[in-house]
Design a binder for this molecule. Structure first.
Ligand SMILES: [Zn+2]
Length: 348
């Protein structure tokens, strides 16, 4: 595994070096686009202790965030808000980058904002309203805590005895994947009920994480008053919109818009589809987002924004950023190579 990732890193370095020499030809011209919208989730001071890899992918450190800002600055990108983008952003000569943050984590206020303020970089935060309402179960955090605290797991799951080894980091990561599937893909009950069942099995308060990690409405209002911050909507309960009836899909989008407007006293013009892949937000959702009165909506289809996206404002592509992305990855992204290879970056 190590050997393979070593080869991959060397190949990426070589490809990035070659593209620097040719200034990205021919990829930049074909896929480089007019700019990029980046998607983040949590921003933490530093990683501490042992972690489950797939959870840590949803976090970057403040130092890493700063490095990303410096990377785009050193290559002459303009830093735009989503409003700037629709107010002339597509006609700019210089390439642009937009920083966006999903869900509504408190560290967007305490960790990300100070870094972005230091560099004068605008941010858009897409709020899932169940976050400030403290109704979401961050069950993947509960699963991580349970796995890290135990060397072996044994529990009853819908009449079946489950046994998972988790004494080494490799076993813990593997077990996490299996329990994640049990909860995410199970057929019994709803997702939320399965998550509740897992929490009660391990005697954990299902809402402790969301109380600690999500902004409350006072904090959302504080953010909305900051000139660098745009608050967008990200649904009420973070469902897969395409799996809902058209009526319910519209309702999830529309009610989240109205709720945030009511709480902040400001118009909400921008939306991010939960999960955001091509199967989770389809043409129907693009139409519904427009019908709600949003002015833009972003996916998590990993690609650069092109000039002709000015006519496709409800399907703007967005690139999820994780700590595993090295300088070479950004180099290949800037030239459009990564987007060409990979249509979707992350499952959230
Ligand atoms: Zn989300």
């Amino acid at each position: 595994m190590k050997e393979r990732s070593g080869i991959k890193n060397r190949a990426m370095k070589a490809a990035a070096g070659f593209l620097r020499l040719t200034n990205g030809f021919p990829f930049r011209q074909l896929y480089g686009g007019a700019g990029q919208i980046l998607a983040f989730h949590r921003v933490v001071p530093e990683f501490s202790g042992e972690r489950i890899w797939s959870n840590s992918y949803l976090e970057v450190t403040t130092g890493y965030l700063e490095t990303v800002i410096q990377y785009y600055r050193s290559h002459g990108f303009d830093f735009l808000s989503m409003d700037d983008l629709i107010n002339g952003g597509f006609e700019r000569k210089k390439k642009f980058v937009v920083f966006t943050f999903d869900d509504g984590f408190r560290d967007n206020l305490t960790q990300a904002l100070p870094v972005l303020e230091k560099h004068g970089v605008p941010m858009t935060i897409y709020i899932t309203t169940d976050f400030p309402d403290k109704k979401t179960i961050l069950w993947w955090n509960v699963v991580e805590d349970v796995i890290l605290a135990n060397a072996h797991l044994s529990f009853e799951w819908f009449g079946e005895r489950m046994e998972f080894p988790c004494s080494s980091p490799a076993e813990k990561n593997e077990t996490f994947g299996m329990i994640h599937s049990l909860i995410q893909e199970g057929n019994e009950l709803t997702l939320k009920e399965r998550a509740m069942k897992f929490c009660s099995t391990f005697n954990t308060d299902p809402f402790a994480s969301i109380r600690e990690l999500a902004m409350d409405w006072d904090e959302v209002r504080e953010m909305s008053r900051n000139k660098l911050v745009t608050i967008g909507a990200h649904s009420i309960s973070h469902p897969v919109l395409s799996q809902l009836s058209a009526e319910n899909s519209f309702d999830e989008m529309n009610r989240s818009k109205l709720r945030i407007e009511q709480e902040t006293g400001k118009r909400v013009d921008h939306f991010a589809y939960p999960f955001g892949g091509m199967t989770e937000a389809t043409g129907r959702e693009y139409e519904l987002a427009e019908k709600c009165g949003f002015r833009t909506a972003v996916t998590l289809v990993s690609a650069s924004v092109k000039k002709d996206h000015s006519n496709k404002l409800f399907e703007l592509p967005r690139i999820a950023v994780g700590m595993s992305m090295k300088k070479e990855t950004f180099e290949l992204m800037r030239f459009g190579v990564i987007q060409m290879m990979r249509k979707r970056a992350t499952p959230v």
